[in-house]
Design a protein around this ligand. Structure first.
Ligand SMILES: Cc1ncc(COP(=O)(O)O)c(C=O)c1O
Length: 409
C-alpha cells in the first residue's frame, strides 16, 4: 500500500527543498514497515509488554444511570503508559527511528503528554531527545516538564508568537532542517506534511481496533456513536478509523469551544465559522487565520486542543460529512470533569473531557439498547493546577502558598 499525500482537497507536503531527501527517506521507511506484518507484531508486542495495551473499555454504569439513555462506555487511554494515547504513536515512530539508524529525536508538545511520551521512548531506546514547548504551555503543564527533564530530555521553552503549540511546531521544523542527518522529528499528531498524518493515524489505529473487539464482546453490537476530542486529530482518528465503514456508527469530533464560538477565544476549526482553508506548517487544512493568512491566537483551557490547524484526514471526513463536529466550552468541560470524577472515580484529562461534554448532551435521547463510546485520550493528573484553580479550591491554594513559602526560605 503506498502513502497517500492528499485526502480530498486537504493535506500535501509543502516543505523546504532542504528537507526533501529526509521526507523521502521517512516515507520509504514507513511504507516498508506498513507492508511488513512482522513490524505490526513487533509493535503489538512492545505495547503489550512495555505499555498497558490493550487498554480496557469501561462500562460507566453510574453515568449511564444518571443520564438514563444509551449505555456509556469509556475507552481508557489514560491507562496507557505515561497516561495518554500519545505513547502509541511515539513507540511506533521509535521502532522506525531504530530502523533508520538515527540517534536523536525532537518533538513539539502542547499538553506535555506527547513530550513525556517522546522522552520516555528516547530513554527506552537510548536516543538523545529535545522537546520544544510554548512558554505558555510550560507554565500550564509544569509537572510534565519536570518528568521530561528527569528522563533526560532537554526542554526548550518557545517564546515566539502565542507561545503555544503552533510555535513549538515551527521551532521543531527549524531544528530538523539543521540536524536532519542525525535527527528524527517525532510529530505528535495527525497533522503536518505527508507522511505524518497517515503515519501517526496508523500507529493510533490500535485504539479503534481494540475498541471494536471490546464493544462487540461486552455490549454485543457496534456502538451507535463514538465521541473523541480533537486537537490535531490523533486520538480521534485512532478510534474512528476502524469504524469508518460501519455506517450505523456515528462519529463525533469535539473541538475546544474555549469561551464560546462567538467570543473569538476558542480553537474550533471545523465547528463554527472562524477557520478557512490555507497552507501552513507544511500542509493544507482549515486554519484559524485572518484574511492575510496570519494565524490567529487560539484559546482553550486544555493545552492539547489549543491549536490553529487540524488533521487533513479529518478535514476530508468533515467535508464528506462522515464525522460530525461539535465544540465544548471551558466551563462545560469543568462540569463534565466534576461529574465523571464523582460518578465513576475517573479523572479525564481536560482535553478528553471535551468528548464527555458532547456525549453527556446527547446520550439521554438514545435508547438503553444503544451504546456509545467516549475515547478518554488521557488522564487528568497533569491538569491538577488548572483544575484546582478553576474549582477555586481553598485548601489547594493554601497548600501552594505554603510550598511557595518553603521554597523562598
Ligand atoms: C490527553 C490528550 N488528549 C488529546 C490531545 C489532543 O491531541 P490529538 O487531537 O492529536 O489527539 C492531547 C494533546 O496533547 C492530549 O494530551
Amino acid at each position: 500500500m503506498s502513502i497517500k499525500k492528499y485526502y480530498g482537497n486537504w493535506g500535501g507536503s509543502f516543505i523546504p527543498e532542504v528537507l526533501h531527501e529526509t521526507f523521502k527517506e521517512l516515507s520509504k521507511a514507513f511504507e516498508q514497515v506498513r507492508n511488513d506484518p512482522a513490524f505490526w507484531q513487533e509493535y503489538l508486542r512492545l505495547m503489550s509488554t512495555y505499555s498497558c495495551r490493550p487498554t480496557p473499555l469501561t462500562h460507566a454504569e453510574n453515568l449511564t444511570k444518571h443520564f438514563g439513555g444509551a449505555q456509556i462506555y469509556i475507552k481508557r487511554e489514560d491507562l496507557n503508559h505515561t497516561g495518554a494515547h500519545k505513547l502509541n504513536n511515539v513507540m511506533g515512530q521509535g521502532l522506525l527511528v531504530k530502523r533508520m539508524g538515527k540517534t536523536r529525536v525532537i518533538a513539539e508538545t502542547g499538553a506535555g503528554q506527547h513530550g513525556v511520551a517522546t522522552a520516555t521512548m528516547a530513554a527506552k531506546f537510548g536516543l538523545d531527545c529535545t522537546i520544544y514547548m510554548g512558554e505558555e504551555d510550560v507554565l500550564r503543564q509544569r509537572p510534565n516538564v519536570f518528568w521530561m527533564e528527569k528522563m533526560g530530555a532537554t526542554v526548550i521553552p518557545v517564546r515566539d508568537g502565542s507561545r503555544t503549540l503552533k510555535d513549538a511546531i515551527n521551532e521543531s521544523f527549524r531544528d530538523w532542517v539543521t540536524n536532519m542527518d542525525t535527527t528524527h522529528y517525532a510529530l505528535g499528531t495527525a497533522c503536518g506534511p505527508a507522511p505524518f498524518p497517515e503515519m501517526v493515524s496508523w500507529f493510533q489505529s490500535i485504539i479503534g481496533v481494540e475498541a471494536a473487539e471490546q464493544i462487540l464482546h461486552q455490549h454485543g453490537g457496534l456502538p451507535a456513536r463514538i465521541y473523541a476530542c480533537v486537537g490535531g486529530g490523533s486520538n480521534s482518528l485512532g478510534i474512528f478509523q476502524r469504524f469508518l465503514e460501519e455506517e450505523k456508527t456515528e462519529l463525533i469530533g469535539v473541538e475546544a469551544g474555549g469561551l464560546g464560538l462567538d467570543s473569538g477565544q476558542h480553537a474550533s476549526r471545523l465547528c463554527g465559522n472562524d477557520a478557512s482553508a490555507g497552507v501552513a506548517q507544511g500542509y493544507k487544512t482549515m486554519f484559524l487565520q485572518n484574511s492575510d493568512g496570519q494565524m490567529l491566537d487560539t484559546h482553550s483551557v486544555s493545552a492539547g486542543l489549543d491549536y490553529i490547524g487540524v488533521s487533513p484526514i479529518l478535514a476530508d471526513l468533515w467535508e464528506k460529512k462522515r464525522v460530525r463536529f461539535a465544540a465544548a466550552t471551558d466551563s462545560e468541560v469543568m462540569q463534565a470533569l466534576d461529574l465523571t470524577m464523582k460518578k465513576e472515580g475517573i479523572i479525564p484529562a481536560l482535553e478528553s473531557a471535551h468528548a464527555f461534554v458532547q456525549a453527556f448532551k446527547e446520550v439521554g435521547a438514545l435508547s438503553a439498547e444503544d451504546a456509545v463510546i467516549i475515547n478518554m485520550s488521557g488522564r487528568g493528573d497533569k491538569d491538577i493546577f488548572t483544575i484546582a484553580h478553576a474549582f477555586d479550591d481553598p485548601s489547594w491554594k493554601q497548600f501552594i502558598i505554603e510550598r511557595g513559602r518553603q521554597y523562598s526560605r
